[in-house]
Design a protein around this ligand. Structure first.
Ligand SMILES: [Zn+2]
Length: 141
């Protein structure tokens, strides 16, 4: 594995999420959907968190959504984030109905220019050979 482009704690893929990370490396965002209650959910797990059904499958997300919540981090939560502040923590509500904790990028760090409900689209940050993080940027449409 190559060194991360920046020294941050990174997710450790679990067996249930291998597919998710594999698709992220291919710059695709995939979610899990339940065939019984028809709901899509995140994070990926084989049992539906809404109705506990095991009839679940992977579906590809459009990667489009809207900004549901955000906060600008000025103080690093741990020393590893020291050189990353300020950055934008966000929750994006995908068209698929799923809320995803993520980062908002390619946007001015000015609260006046960021608004709840603004359209966003996924972009992929290849942090290492193994880990690509889905992040979001304003989509302007
Ligand atoms: Zn369900």
């Amino acid at each position: 594995m190559t060194q991360p482009r920046y020294p941050l704690p990174l997710p450790t893929p679990q067996p249930e999420t291998d597919f998710y990370w594999e698709k992220a490396r291919a710059h695709e965002l995939w979610l899990m959907r339940c065939d019984d209650c028809q709901r899509t959910y995140f994070y990926p797990r084989s049992i539906c968190p809404h109705c506990f059904s095991r009839h679940t499958r992977w579906v590809q997300s459009s990667g489009r959504g809207t900004l549901y919540a955000f906060a600008i981090a000025y103080r690093p939560p741990t020393a590893a984030f020291q050189e990353r502040v300020p950055y934008l923590m966000a929750v994006v509500e995908l068209e698929d109905g799923v809320r995803l904790p993520t980062n908002l990028v390619e946007v001015e760090l000015d609260p006046a220019k960021i608004r709840i409900g603004m359209p966003v689209e996924v972009v992929f940050d290849d942090v290492t050979d193994a880990i690509t993080l889905p992040k979001f940027r304003p989509s302007g449409g």
